[in-house]
Design a protein around this ligand. Structure first.
Ligand code: ADP
Ligand code: ASP
Ligand code: MG
Length: 410
């Protein structure tokens, strides 16, 4: 009989200290039977990755990406070894591997590498020997044999990619909350756990700031149709299923509210309103490798217009320099930057068939005296850029306005 293959991922807070590592080991063993094989992906202990990053930034603002990967990947090497030690101490055979050892091959984009292939030969061999396999999340190796990392939150991606390679029967993401909530439960106490969410909705929520799953991991899950169960490391309760299609008769208009403070805004004032000018500006900015997101161009009354756009905060200085240089060449006016913005979004597949959702969002923000600086929409989301000091107020107000809170129990 073919054994069932279970891939489980435990996040940083689930393995934050030795007691938690022992508890995770115990939990993994509680899932182990003679009829299954378990592969565990583990993140670095607690805030280790942030701490490692800070060590480098204490030396220089511009550490090399290759060396950052050498540094940041060490966190997961520690946690996977400790977890294997804990499982063995509890009486079951286990073996830990780095990304390199299990053949997670990536491209060379250090700090945000893409997985190209996974051989998993050593995993299969160890599973055949009935060992529990622990894989260091977040890392791989490039063709040049350099260690790479998969972007922040990348252990989620390691888990989903391994589930695909191994054709796993189950892919479970264990974390410090009980599942995917209608909004970050740290911001809104009344946030409600969602039972089932689609890949599209989760991808949108993750891309728009819900840190609970890495967006890239959901892209892979969607591409290969790998259902994911997001659940708590600390209880056995059912969590949230992320699936292709929600089998409810009607789709809800709004599933969740997210917010993100990771972008900044650049405004080029008094841009001559002529064909080809936008192309010139954004060609120049794209040369810096920056991903521009929301773009707003005002109506022109004087044959000049202001153009504003958002960029990731980490790319602000190079994008700003590029904007200033092109502004001079096209004889535009002043170039401004604003780091104090936040993006607040509502997400839901049912938006396609419900009307009045945008109006309700804008009314809610207006009632709360929150000024909207920019607006962006997709088929299943609406985002507004606002002042970041108002973001918590905005999340709470929208969560309430769309009645996403817990239903009081009778
Ligand atoms: P892990 O270390 O397990 O990978 P993360 O810190 O990456 O965990 O993600 C879990 C956190 O994501 C939660 O503690 C929660 O505060 C936050 N979060 C943000 N938005 C949501 C949401 N919509 N649902 C659940 N958690 C969310
Ligand atoms: N430790 C890495 C990070 O903090 C990867 C992960 O936890 O998923 O981003
Ligand atoms: Mg995470």
């Amino acid at each position: 009989m073919n054994k069932r293959i279970i891939v489980q991922k435990y996040g940083g807070s689930s393995v934050a200290n030795i007691d938690r590592i022992k508890a995770v080991a115990k939990r993994i063993l509680s899932f182990k039977t003679n009829n299954n094989c378990i592969v565990v992906v583990v993140s670095a202990l607690g805030d280790t990755t942030d701490e490692l990053e800070e060590l480098a930034f204490n030396i220089t603002k511009n550490p090399s990406d290759r060396e950052m990967d050498m540094l940041m990947s060490t966190g997961e090497q520690i946690s996977c070894a400790l977890l294997a030690i804990a499982i063995k101490a509890q009486g079951h055979d286990a073996i830990s591997f780095t990304g390199h050892q299990v053949g997670i091959k990536t491209d060379k984009s250090h700090t945000n590498a893409r997985i190209e292939s996974i051989s998993a030969r050593r995993i299969r061999k160890a599973l055949a020997e009935n060992k529990i396999v622990i894989v260091a999340g977040f890392q791989g190796v490039s063709k040049d044999n350099d260690i790479t990392t998969l972007g922040r939150g990348g252990s989620d991606l390691s888990a989903v990619a391994l589930a695909q390679t191994l054709k796993a029967d189950v892919c479970e993401i264990f974390t410090d909350v009980k599942g995917i909530y209608t909004t970050d439960p740290r911001i809104v106490k009344q946030a409600r756990k969602i039972k089932v969410i689609t890949f599209d909705e989760m991808l949108e929520m993750a891309s728009l700031g819900a840190q609970v799953m890495q967006a890239r991991s959901i892209e892979v899950a969607k591409r290969f149709n790998i259902p994911i169960h997001v659940r708590s490391s600390f209880s056995k309760e059912e969590g949230t299923m992320i699936v292709k299609k929600n089998m409810k008769l009607e789709e809800v208009a709004v599933q969740g509210v997210t917010s993100s403070k990771s972008d900044a805004k650049i405004t080029i004032c008094a841009v001559p309103d002529q064909p080809g000018i936008a192309a010139k500006i954004f060609t120049e900015v794209s040369k810096t490798g920056t991903n521009v997101d929301i773009i707003v161009q005002n109506v022109s009354h004087t044959r000049h217009t202001d153009i504003s756009f958002t960029v990731p905060k980490k790319d602000l200085s190079k994008a700003f320099a590029a904007a200033r240089s092109i502004a001079q060449r096209i004889k535009a006016g002043e170039v401004q930057q604003d780091k104090n913005i936040a993006r607040i979004s509502i997400v839901g597949s049912g938006m396609r068939s419900h009307h009045g959702i945008a109006a309700k969002m804008f009314q809610t923000l207006a009632k709360n005296k929150i000024n909207i600086e920019m607006i962006a929409t997709s088929e299943i989301s609406i985002s507004c850029v606002i002042n970041n000091a108002q973001v918590i107020k905005a999340v709470k107000a929208l969560h309430k306005a769309f009645q996403l809170e817990k239903r009081p129990s009778k």
